[in-house]
Design a protein around this ligand. Structure first.
Ligand SMILES: Cc1ncc(COP(=O)(O)O)c(C=O)c1O
Length: 406
């Protein structure tokens, strides 16, 4: 399989059903290749059964597929062991699990959590909720004027009370890439633990959790060519010592009496109830699909489109790129505004030309406030996008300006 226009688009049945669609909303959710749909269908059609406790062939096959999926994820991000991989329902669930399962037991009143202003609500609200509950303080890290993070700026925010840095790898509004390695090294030298939100990066930037040396890392399946309803929380194994289950129920126990419960081994004790079996299998297939294409090929394909898009948009009068205007500083995501036109009107008019983009605050209201905008229109790219999509967007925007007589 290659990233050539004709072969890659063949993998996505949605694009075959909608041949004139310009899908530019992969940051919200990516399209799913046929191999992922097939893997999930195969589970449902051929060995659909519950995992872990079945003593019959089908259940053993399902258990093997589910646990193999965990190994595939561990390998994909180079975790030391599959025990460090907890399946969740998505990035949001993963981050909440760190907040409620780990931070709630480790952080104390007066402790500080650093969060860049770039963060998605799902990496901000759980920390606000926890801070309120335990009397901790959130310290917000202001980006440079162009929205990028200067790694040396962390020094301004670190204090003796800092216990955690919760930080995105790629901003879902600006598309900027966080210089994680430098930031994590500095945080570590001060004894600060680091959670990485890799929702926007896992499908385009190679992630090696051992090299990064982060403590926690979260991502969603559905933004990485996998299904909805599945996510991953990577936990550096030593942190399990201080982590307690948040949900109780089947699958996460070793023994239950009317008086007390003892818990299963990690990571199972954090996966109460029937897990998302088909979804885990689908996610593993999606990661294999990415691996087969190659992250560096994916990255250079998307980078070329993003740079072309910046070039095309920058020459349209009245358009403002939010974040860096320079090429190369956006990873597959470009947010923009048009003077005199609301973001929702832009998206609605683009939809009339079969161009799917997202408009609004993108679950980043504090960032919008800091940027001084109510909303932006966001175009984001995936492996199936082509130069035609970029030119269609540029023409669509020119049409918006014409419609508004600008
Ligand atoms: C950077 C980032 N973090 C977290 C999330 C939340 O992901 P999910 O809704 O899949 O839990 C998103 C979704 O857009 C995101 O872009």
């Amino acid at each position: 399989m290659s990233l050539s226009k004709d072969t890659i688009r063949e993998e996505f049945s949605l694009l075959k059903k909608h041949p004139t669609l310009h899908y530019l909303d992969s940051a919200a959710t990516s399209l799913k290749p046929q191999c992922v749909i097939d893997a999930m269908n195969e589970y449902y059609a051929e060995y659909s059964s519950n995992v872990h406790r079945g003593l019959y062939d089908l259940s053993e096959r399902a258990t093997t597929a589910y646990e193999e999926a965990r190994k595939t994820v561990a390998k994909f991000i180079n975790a030391k062991s599959e025990r460090e991989i907890i399946f969740t329902s998505g990035t949001t669930h993963s981050i909440n699990l760190v907040a409620l399962g780990w931070a709630r037991h480790v952080l104390k009143q007066g402790d500080e959590i650093i969060i860049p202003l770039l963060e998605h609500h799902s990496n901000m609200v759980p920390w606000q909720m926890l801070a309120k509950e335990i009397g901790a303080k959130i310290v917000y890290w202001e980006p440079r004027k162009d929205g990028t993070l200067d790694p040396t700026d962390i020094n301004k925010y670190l204090s003796r009370s800092t216990k955690l840095l919760a930080i995105t790898h790629i901003s879902n509004v600006l598309g900027t890439l966080t210089p994680l390695k430098q930031i994590i090294q500095k945080a570590f030298s001060c004894g600060v633990k680091v959670l990485v939100d890799a929702a926007q990066s896992v499908s385009r930037i190679p992630i090696d959790v051992q090299l990064l040396d982060c403590d926690f890392l979260a991502f969603s399946g559905h933004k990485a060519y996998g299904p909805t309803g599945i996510g991953v929380l990577y936990v550096k194994e030593k942190h399990y010592d201080n982590m307690k289950p948040v949900f109780g129920g089947g699958g996460m126990i070793r023994e239950v009496t009317t008086a007390h419960t003892t818990f299963n081994d990690t990571p199972h004790k954090f996966e109460a109830g029937t897990p998302p079996i088909a979804e885990a299998i689908g996610l593993a297939r999606a990661l294999q699909f990415i691996k087969k294409l190659g992250l560096s090929a994916i990255h250079s394909h998307e980078k070329a489109l993003t740079n072309l898009c910046l070039k095309e948009l920058n020459i349209i009068e009245g358009i403002k790129i939010i974040g860096p205007a320079k090429e190369n500083l956006h990873e597959s995501i470009i947010s923009f505004t048009i003077n005199g036109v609301h973001a929702h009107d832009i998206a609605t008019l683009l939809n009339e030309k079969n161009i799917a983009v997202r408009a609004g605050h993108h679950c980043c209201m504090p960032l919008m406030k800091w940027l001084g905008v109510a909303a932006t229109t966001r175009a984001s790219f995936g492996i199936y996008n082509t130069e035609d999509d970029v030119y269609a967007l540029a023409d669509g925007i020119k049409n918006v300006r014409k419609t508004f007589k600008l």
